[in-house]
Design a protein around this ligand. Structure first.
Ligand code: 6PG
Length: 246
């Protein structure tokens, strides 16, 4: 696996870089497979990136009708809840580009957590197995980073950090007092490319530890993301990368 950190002077420049990387990934996938599969990140950081992808500057560069959208994780709240990651993606991107509804593979977060996880696992296996893939080889997985080192819904101390079979699972996050559905390291590490987009000084300590300290994924779950046949790109603004030695 190759991993690289790209630092940008501003939040906006970092968002543009992530949008450009997304477009480049779609072009590669369309050329080789005629389709593009992406797992979107949740939270706030990706909003700027998704809005750019929906803009006249980037949207025309993507063959949206052959894009398949999944999620890296989801909060166990209904779709119309502002906390729902699919809700955020629809507001900022999916309601503004012509991705076919049948290509949007939402986590059914209105179901009881375990049912939602099993449903998502089934969706993933049907989609990738029907394309002769034994693993969910996403062309691109977008991830964010929590200030304490979590990514997707893999939080410090989570039993899912050592998951070796399931591709998706339900997890109760004590810190958030809420259930989440998340891709497991098995799925994240099958990706062709992973882009972490990290903005702001509050993430700087985690970025530094993740990129420069020995691997301790139980404490820094983002370190578990290490796809053997994939590339990991960290896109950060100056503030988030401020503690990383040049
Ligand atoms: C989520 C995300 C989560 C997020 C980080 C960073 O559902 O919240 O998957 O892993 O990426 O918590 O969140 P911000 O981008 O809001 O800082």
């Amino acid at each position: 696996m190759s991993s690289q950190l790209r630092v940008y002077p501003t939040r906006s420049a970092a968002a543009h870089a992530a949008a450009a990387q997304f477009v480049a990934s779609t072009e590669r996938a369309m050329t080789t497979q005629g389709r593009f599969t992406v797992a979107l990140a949740g939270g706030n950081t990706p909003r700027d990136v998704y809005r750019l992808l929906a803009s006249d500057e980037y949207a025309p560069m993507v063959d949206w009708k052959n894009v398949h959208v999944f999620w890296g994780d989801e909060r166990c709240v209904p779709l119309n809840d502002a906390e729902n990651n699919a809700h955020m993606a629809r507001e900022t991107l999916l309601d503004h580009v012509p991705v076919p509804v049948t290509n949007i593979h939402r986590i059914q977060s209105q179901l009881p957590p375990e049912e939602a996880a099993l449903d998502y696992e089934k969706t993933l296996r049907q989609f990738f197995n029907s394309r002769d893939m034994k693993l969910p080889r996403f062309d691109l997985v977008l991830l964010g980073l929590g200030a304490e080192g979590h990514t997707a819904s893999l939080f410090p101390g989570s039993p899912l950090i050592t998951e070796r079979e399931r591709w998706a699972a339900a997890v109760y996050v004590e810190k958030m007092k809420s259930w989440r559905i998340t891709l497991t390291p098995v799925a994240l590490n099958a990706a062709s490319k992973v882009i972490f987009t990290v903005i702001g000084e509050e993430k700087a300590q985690a970025v530094k530890q993740i990129l420069s300290e020995p691997k301790q994924p139980n404490l820094l779950p983002a370190q578990i993301v290490d796809p053997p046949e994939g590339q990991v790109v960290w896109i950060a603004d100056k503030a988030a990368a401020s503690l990383v030695n040049p």
